[in-house]
Design a protein around this ligand. Sequence first.
Ligand code: GLA
Length: 366
Amino acid sequence: MTESVVGTSPGRVNLIGEHTDYNDGFVLPIALGHVARVTAQPRGDGVVRVSSAQLGESVELDALAPGPRAWWGYVAGVLWALRERGHALGGVDLDLDSAVPLGGGLSSSAAIECATVLALDFLAGLGLSADDLAVVAQAAENDFMGVPTGPMDQRASLWCTTDHALLLDCRTLTGRQVPFALPEDLVLVLVDTRSPHVLADGHYAQRRTACAEAAAALGVPALRDIAVADLPDALARLADDEHVRRVRHVVTENARVLDAVDALASGDWHAFGRLLTQSHDSMRDDYEITVPTVDLAVETALASGALGARMTGGGFGGTVIALLPADTLDAFSDAVVQAYAERGFDTPRISTTRAGAGGMELTPRR
Ligand code: GLA
């Protein structure tokens, strides 16, 4: 019997470009140092067994059908997606061990899916392309788990490279590596706000629907097709106030991603930071996906001297990123812990990160 193989893939932090991916727009994620690891070992009896080191649980599955809404679905859904595409994969043990924090807006599910598809691709010698790996991992999320997310997370997890952000065009699904190496006097801080994602799924789907409705009302295939210069005219043609706010966020956010890439190219970290904060303001006021814990972390970061700060990920909690002068990190940490205590919020968890390696970079044969 074939030896076991291991697939490894990271969580991600989206630097800027939120809720643009399902509008055919632009995003700019980096990979985290935290990874999910999946060990795959074939078995002869046709059974699929999935285990989780973190949960201490193991399930055996005789058949795979979409819609489980259980932790193991992120792993088993990848096997299902491969079989759906005609790959004859039999029984297998899939052991998951993930260090990506759950529910933190850092794509813990995509990390699991991408680690699984890398392991199964390797195990079965499928030789899938970079595009196909991402398509299969995304199918596990969208079609098996039934979560209507866009194309960013799996491509970020697979395609990001060390010291680069990935500029992903979500219409063509092509990426460009953008150097992202912080100077020594700056740090990228992550604040895990430890806020529950109450009703997050429903809110996410509502945002998607509103964008699709607004695009239809404007007669364009996707909101990507509205240029910033045409925004006033487009907004004037929308009858629904909610659509006005959602469109304003998406159109300006797409422009901010491209401006952020320009700022990085010219080494203008202050301009980059301002764009982060503008993105947060837009998510708070127009897209209405922030909550008091994340707003407080952003306000505290800015008051502590951050060049910029914003919530990252789908919203309604999760993680805030802040670009801070390195010598203000301790004062900021104290300030945000104190501010949370004063408001009765759970103590936030603070860490720093760099742009790490994506799953494909970690897999030496590629
Ligand atoms: C979640 C989804 C992504 C993307 C972000 C918002 O992370 O999985 O596809 O839509 O929200 O930018």
